[in-house]
Design a protein around this ligand. Structure first.
Ligand code: UDP
Ligand code: MG
Length: 239
């Protein structure tokens, strides 16, 4: 494997019709970034032929790598698999459905020079009414619970220094809390306004039941982590 500067991780679950355009957009966006990169596509056991499309794309572009699951494990697992095999010191994540705009990546790579974590903020969301409302509720409840200031914690486009993600023990659902967890680990985090678009093709895999209620439940674990964080380091020195 050739060493690269940047790894772009893309979780893929039944996104067949989006992949070709996505790769074109990523390639186009990366033209202005003077760094080497690889794209790690994690196929989360798609049943719509996404894997075949990925294989064809990989045959044309050797920067593409494919990891494929035999069962559907969900978004956190797909991201974790991509993060743990990333070759770049900088790691980006990006949804496969074209809702995130790869054209935002160059500005995020600029910001990562000053921060450990750069999170997208979908100021103008392109989602269904139900999704927008459930996201507003989840954000408001979380902010009240944890006291954090993040506008859009679960945005699908983020950039990290690799150690932020490679050192993290992931649990299912925790991808929705990355900025808070990384701040707990002592990393610096910033938000940047990004473009958001309607899903191009295919259907959303998340609804109220498997997102809003779950993330509110997961919040209990995150709050516990915040409360039980070890804080002795500021008070300790070796004599
Ligand atoms: N995804 C995945 N495994 C799953 C569900 C989703 O890898 O079990 C991927 C999906 O292909 C997409 C990203 O996670 O790239 C976000 O999913 P989706 O767009 O459906 O979520 P939404 O934007 O509706 O919250
Ligand atoms: Mg989406």
């Amino acid at each position: 494997m050739k060493p690269v500067d940047i790894t772009i991780v893309i979780p893929v679950f039944n996104e067949r019709e989006n992949l070709e355009i996505l790769m074109e957009e990523v390639t186009c966006a990366m033209k202005s970034v003077e760094k080497t990169y690889e794209i790690v596509c994690v196929n989360d056991c798609s049943t719509d032929g996404s894997l075949d499309v990925l294989k064809k794309l990989k045959a044309k572009d050797n920067r593409i790598r494919i990891i494929s699951f035999k069962r559907n494990h969900g978004l956190t697992s797909a991201l974790d698999a991509g993060f743990k095999c990333a070759g770049g010191d900088i790691v980006a994540m990006l949804d496969a459905d074209l809702q995130n705009d790869p054209a935002d990546l160059p500005a995020m790579f600029e910001q990562i020079k000053r921060f450990d974590v750069v999170c997208g903020w979908r100021k103008k969301r392109r989602d269904t009414f139900v999704k927008k409302i459930s996201s507003k509720i989840a954000n408001a409840v979380r902010r009240a619970f944890t006291g954090d200031k993040y506008h859009d914690i679960a945005c699908g486009i983020k950039v990290f220094r690799r150690r932020c993600v490679s050192d993290m023990t992931m649990y299912n659902g925790l991808h929705r809390f990355f900025p808070i967890l990384m701040e707990l680990d002592g990393y610096t985090v910033t938000e940047i306004v990004v473009n958001h678009r309607n899903r191009y093709k295919g259907t959303s895999k998340y609804a109220i039941g498997n997102r809003l209620f779950r993330s509110l439940y997961d919040l209990i674990a995150v709050k516990w982590m915040i409360n039980r964080r070890l804080t002795y380091k500021e008070d300790s020195n070796e004599l």
